[in-house]
Design a protein around this ligand. Sequence first.
Ligand code: DAH
Length: 351
Amino acid sequence: MSEQSGSIDVLRSQIEEAGKLGLAQVEAAATSADLESARIHILGKKGTLSEVLKGLAQVPGPARPQVGAVANEWKSKIEAAIAVKKEALEQAAMDAAIAHERIDVSVPSRRNHLGGLHPITQATRLVISILSRIGFEVATGPEAETDFLNFEAVNIPKDHPARDMQDTFFLGPGVVLRTHTTPVQMRTLMERPLPLRILSPGAVYRCDSDATHSPMFHQIEGLWVDRGIRMSDLKGVLDFLAKELFGSKAKIRLRPSYFPFVEPGAEVDVSCTICEGKNARCTMCKGTGWLEILGAGMVHPELYRAARVNAEGVTGFAFGMGVERIAMLLHGIPDLRLMFQGDLRFLRQFP
Ligand code: DAH
């Protein structure tokens, strides 16, 4: 019996020993990592306290709870000490961070790369926003167009010399990449009831490429059909557009010209607002004082016939302009090719 009580005392003091040592280790921990390894070292499955407690199995029944209670007491003491230490270490880490980390508000921020609209898109939207104020609505058509609508219906029959003016990309029998936005005039005449006042912007294609021609470029077509529409209405609309685009000093002039889909037809120039005709060496107007911006005229009766529209008592005007040309004039861009190179040094100038 005394031998047994002796072994209980040994176990009890072993527990105390392991407990005290453990507490000291917890106290000594200088970092969270130290603390965690101390916890494992003491309370882990093979920890010092756990190892000592394996001796508990040898303790005779009645004494076992007493020794167990001592062990649990130490266990909770150590756990409490770990919790306190943990909080203290976290607080210290936070204090250190606050003391050392500083926000330097004078450091330039990372640049925010904002995309922008291409000058062609900007010019397109500008023309639409100007003319929508006087009632024009946008209508669109496909870029792959039928030969019929691109040519035939707008009065350019198969053997017509005007087909040579437009070098066509053929996609297949009866289908072309539209060479102009004029077929959208036909589509709207066929689809919408009169009166009509539409603008159709979009890409067009011609087999042509040099300093002043791109195989893909953009046009905006205008069409106004109603009772009593006259050539003077065309002039008024284009004069309004020119002044809104290039400033109140801008003037327009119409020169007689030929387009199969209009009669009479005209080419329209805008006065050079860069030199106002005063500089013989002006790079924009070459000293002429005028810049060609579009083609226009009164809708040819053949178009109503092809669209099977009863156009009795109505007349209309149409115009078609190159958007690249408008953008170049607006910004003084010297070379058409700059528009299609995607060079950010160029594009960033049009935020
Ligand atoms: N479709 C012509 C071209 O691409 C431009 C044009 C001229 C359109 C006269 C028109 C117009 O509507 O009336 O060159």
